[in-house]
Design a protein around this ligand. Sequence first.
Ligand SMILES: [Zn+2]
Length: 252
Amino acid sequence: MALTAWMGIALAALPPLATPPLRARPPVVVVDPGHGWSSLHRSYTGAYNRWADVHEDPLALDIARRVAGALSARGAEVHLTREGDQEPSDYNGDGEQTNRDRSYFALNLRRLRPEASQPRADLYVSIHLNASPDPSDRGTTVVFSEVGPAAEHVEESRRLAEAIYGQLSRVLPESAPPFAINGLYMDRLALPHAVVEVVFLSNWADLQWILKAENRQTAAELVAEGILEWWGSFPDPGVPPRRGGAPAPPQR
Ligand SMILES: [Zn+2]
């Protein structure tokens, strides 16, 4: 489909959001703007990017801030793993600033932020932009880990990923349904989590779409909507059910 036709559909097809009921306690959410450290690591996927002046990390930061704003506006307690165009802090004190700090931050929120109302985050969402050697690859992708400590919450993570993917697919081409990617730092995320690759920077139509601020805002609001839809699908205040406890259907 021609770029203009696709973008016209994408911008026109967004109906009013159906807001699910929030549980009594709003969620504590860690929003992670992907990447952001040394110039060599601005993007894991930069090798496929055909446009040298487009980088993943500032776009991830911009979208993550918008996600945080949309969640905060609806009562969620939100913490960003990095506040600006910088490396994440050395939260675990090992002398290095890596993805380990992102998972440590999510799991140790109360100790790091004594004012936090809950002992740790209810969920972790990381924002990225995808890239592929095939320039025709496009659309939104949401992944999670199902091994290591992350295995404890795999069904919750899958449902979270599906909720976010379902919302983003209202305006973006579907790429592949949410799937597990194991062996990366997300394995250490012993809480519900999702890694959102909003669009492919290596696809011209996706790139032109995400470079527009209003589209980044739309994407961010849909990510927030997916998070709150997922949160509202659990029947009682408190932490989501542990492994083995099937969540109840959404309460209306
Ligand atoms: Zn990335």
